[in-house]
Design a protein around this ligand. Structure first.
Ligand code: ATP
Ligand code: MG
Length: 566
C-alpha cells in the first residue's frame, strides 16, 4: 500500500479508504470506476470525478475502470463514447484493458432480476407510467400498493419472459422491486427495475427490448466489477439504501457507495442536457466550442491537462454543494502556461508605424527571450525593419494623465528593439481615422535600453510589417452574463443569460514569424495580451488562434490568502 503525502491532509474519502485498508475490509484492495453515460461530451465537472476516481486508485495502488453506463439507448451515441475515451486519455488517465459497458452485463442483470422475482421481491406491474407516479405518493403521503403487486411468482416470471421476448408495446408493463410503498424514502417505494423500450442500442442492437433502470444497473455493475468504493455525487445519497438493498437481497458482493459534492462553476452551466441545448440551438459552434465548459472545448481553447488536474486538486472534495469561481480555473491555466508557454509578439489590431530614420533596405535580427520563467527555453531572433505594426490601443492622440504608451512627441521602448518617438500622425482624409504613425528611432538604444540612462515608462510589443504572419484571432468572453446563469426572471430559463458578445473575431492580426510553425494545441504567450493557441480550423494558408486566457490575474490575491489560511 502506498501512503498519501503526509503534508497534505487527507480528504474525507481518503480517510474512509485508509480506514478500510487498515481493517482489511476489501482484502486491501482499492477499485474505483468512472461511469459516464454516453449521452453528451464530458465537462469540467466530470474532470473532477475522473481525477478523483483515477487519482484515488493511483494513490492507493489500486485500479480504476472506465465504464459506460449505456442503459438508455434513445439518448446515447457512439460519437459520445469516442469523445469520452479521448477526453479521459487526454486528461492523463489510463484504464488499460478495463473498458466496460453496462450493456456487457445485460444478460447477467436479467438473471439477477429473475432471481429477485423467484425470491418474491420483484413483480411485473401493469399500471401506466402516469399511474405509477400517482400511486407513488409524496414526501408527506405514503404511496399506495399497485393492484398487480401480488401477482404470483409464476405469473411474474412468465410476464417478464414475455416482456423480454418483445410481446408488449413500450410502457405496457414494468418490472418493479417489491420493497415498501410506505417508506419515508421515495426511492424505496417499489422502484422500477426494467422498462420496455423497443429501441436500437448502439452496442446490443435489437437484442433487447427491455432496459434496466439506473439504480438497478449501477450497483450491480459495481458489484460485478468488484468495485470497492463507488464514488458518486450527492444527489445519490437518497439512493444509497436502494443500492444496498438490491445487493443485499441478491446476496452478492457489496461495494461502499460514497457521495461527494458535485462541481458547480460560476459563469457557466454544467448539465449535459443544457450543454446539448446550447449546441442544438446554435448558441455555440458545437460541443468543442472554446467557450464551452466541456473537456473538448477547454482543450481547443488551450487549457492543458496539467492545469485542469491542478484545478481539481485545489478545489478538493466536500460534502456540501458550492459554487467555485471560474477565476480559479483561469488562474490554474495561467500558472501552468506561464511556466511553459514560449513568448512571442503579436499585434491584434495593427497600426502601421514608419520609422523614418531607419534605412529602407535593412533588416536586423534582434534577440528575444523565449520564456523569462525558464532560461532553458533560450532565445530567438525577431526581425526589425523600417515599417512596423504596433497595437492600435497603444497609441493615443490626446493621451490622458499617466499614459505611458505612445502619443505625439512621446518616446517609448519597443520590446527587444529600440526607443522610438512619434513625430507625426497620418490620417485618412475622408474618415479622419489614424492610418499611420511616423516615428524616429534612436540607434543607440538597441536592445531596448539607453546608454545615457534616459528612461521611458512604456514598453510596446510590435511586429515587422514585411515579416509579419497574418492570422485570425478569436477572443472569448464568458458564455453567460451572470455568475449564476440559473438566476433568471420569472418565466425565463438560463438561455436568457447567454452573453451575446462572448466571441470576438479579429481577422487581420499580425504575428511574429516564429509562430509560422506553431503546432496544434501548443500554447503561446502573446506578450501583454494573454495566452493563445492554434485552432484546428487553421489551414496551411490561414492561421487561427484562440485566446486561452488573458494575463490579468485577479486571482493572485486570493491564492495568497489561500496559502495563508493553510
Ligand atoms: P450531467 O448532470 O452533467 O448530465 P451526469 O451526472 O448525468 O452529468 P454522468 O455521465 O452520469 O453525468 O456522470 C458520470 C460521472 O461523473 C458520475 O459519477 C457523476 O457523479 C460525475 N459527475 C457528473 N457531473 C459532475 C459534477 N458537476 N461534479 C462532479 N462529478 C460529476
Ligand atoms: Mg447521469
Amino acid at each position: 500500500m502506498t501512503v498519501t503525502d503526509p503534508t497534505s491532509p487527507a480528504n474525507f474519502i481518503e480517510r474512509i479508504i485508509e480506514e478500510d485498508l487498515e481493517t482489511n475490509k476489501y482484502d486491501g484492495r482499492v477499485m474505483t470506476r468512472f461511469p459516464p453515460e454516453p449521452n453528451g461530451y464530458l465537462h469540467i465537472g466530470h474532470a473532477k470525478s475522473i481525477c478523483l476516481n483515477f487519482g484515488l486508485a493511483e494513490t492507493y495502488g489500486g485500479l480504476c475502470n472506465l465504464r459506460f453506463d449505456d442503459t438508455n439507448p434513445t439518448k446515447e451515441e457512439v460519437e459520445y463514447v469516442e469523445s469520452i475515451k479521448e477526453d479521459v486519455r487526454w486528461l492523463g488517465f489510463n484504464w488499460d484493458d478495463r473498458l466496460y459497458y453496462a450493456s456487457d452485463y445485460f444478460e447477467q442483470l436479467h438473471d439477477y432480476a429473475v432471481q429477485l422475482i423467484k425470491q418474491g421481491q420483484a413483480y411485473v406491474d401493469s399500471l401506466s407510467a402516469e399511474e405509477i407516479r400517482e400511486y407513488r405518493g409524496t414526501l408527506t403521503e405514503p404511496g399506495r400498493k399497485s393492484p398487480y403487486r401480488n401477482r404470483s411468482v409464476e405469473e411474474n416470471l412468465s410476464l417478464f419472459q414475455s416482456m423480454r421476448a418483445g410481446e408488449f408495446q413500450n410502457g405496457v408493463h414494468v418490472l418493479r422491486a417489491k420493497i415498501d410503498m410506505a417508506s419515508g424514502n421515495l426511492n424505496m417505494r417499489d422502484p422500477v427495475m426494467y422498462r420496455i423500450l423497443h429501441a436500437e442500442h448502439h452496442r446490443t442492437g435489437d437484442t433487447w427490448c427491455i432496459y434496466p433502470m439506473y439504480d438497478w444497473a449501477h450497483g450491480l455493475c459495481d458489484s460485478i466489477e468488484k468495485i470497492t468504493h463507488s464514488i458518486c455525487t450527492l444527489e445519490f445519497e437518497d439512493h444509497r439504501p436502494l443500492y444496498e438493498w438490491f445487493l443485499k437481497e441478491l446476496g452478492v458482493y457489496q461495494p461502499q457507495q460514497i457521495e461527494f459534492a458535485r462541481l458547480n462553476l460560476s459563469q457557466t452551466v454544467m448539465s449535459k442536457r443544457k450543454l446539448l441545448r446550447l449546441v442544438k440551438e446554435g448558441y455555440v459552434n458545437g460541443w468543442d466550442d472554446p467557450r464551452m465548459p466541456t473537456i473538448s472545448g477547454l482543450r481547443r481553447r488551450g487549457y492543458t491537462p496539467e492545469a485542469i488536474r491542478d484545478f481539481c486538486e485545489r478545489i478538493g472534495v466536500a460534502r456540501k454543494d458550492s459554487m467555485v469561481d471560474i477565476k480559479l480555473l483561469e488562474w490554474c491555466v495561467r500558472e501552468d502556461l506561464n511556466r511553459r508557454a514560449p513568448r512571442i509578439m503579436g499585434v491584434l489590431r495593427p497600426l502601421r508605424v514608419v520609422v523614418e530614420n531607419y534605412p529602407d533596405d535593412t533588416v536586423e535580427e534582434l534577440e528575444a527571450i523565449n520564456n523569462p520563467e525558464d532560461s532553458t527555453m533560450g532565445t530567438r531572433m525577431v526581425p526589425f525593419s523600417r515599417v512596423l505594426y504596433i497595437e492600435r490601443d497603444d497609441f493615443r492622440e490626446d493621451p490622458p494623465k499617466k499614459w505611458f504608451r505612445l502619443a505625439p512627441g512621446r518616446e517609448v521602448r519597443l520590446r527587444y528593439g529600440y526607443y522610438i518617438t512619434c513625430v507625426d500622425v497620418v490620417k485618412d482624409e475622408k474618415t479622419g481615422e489614424i492610418i499611420e504613425l511616423r516615428c524616429t528611432y534612436d540607434p543607440a538604444t538597441k536592445g531596448g535600453w539607453s546608454p545615457d540612462g534616459r528612461k521611458v515608462r512604456g514598453t510596446l510589443h510590435w511586429v515587422s510589417a514585411e515579416h509579419a504572419i497574418e492570422a485570425e484571432v478569436r477572443l472569448y468572453d464568458y458564455l453567460f452574463i451572470k455568475p449564476n446563469p440559473e438566476e433568471v426572471e420569472e418565466g425565463q430559463d438560463f438561455i436568457s443569460n447567454v452573453n451575446p458578445d462572448s466571441l470576438e473575431v479579429l481577422r487581420s492580426c499580425s504575428l511574429e514569424p516564429s509562430v509560422g510553425n506553431a503546432a496544434l494545441g501548443s500554447g503561446y504567450q502573446f506578450e501583454r495580451l494573454g495566452y493563445f493557441c492554434l485552432d484546428p480550423d487553421s489551414t496551411g494558408s490561414k492561421l487561427i488562434f484562440n485566446r486561452t486566457v488573458t494575463l490579468r490575474d485577479t486571482w493572485a490575491k486570493i491564492e495568497k490568502k489561500m496559502k495563508q489560511d493553510k
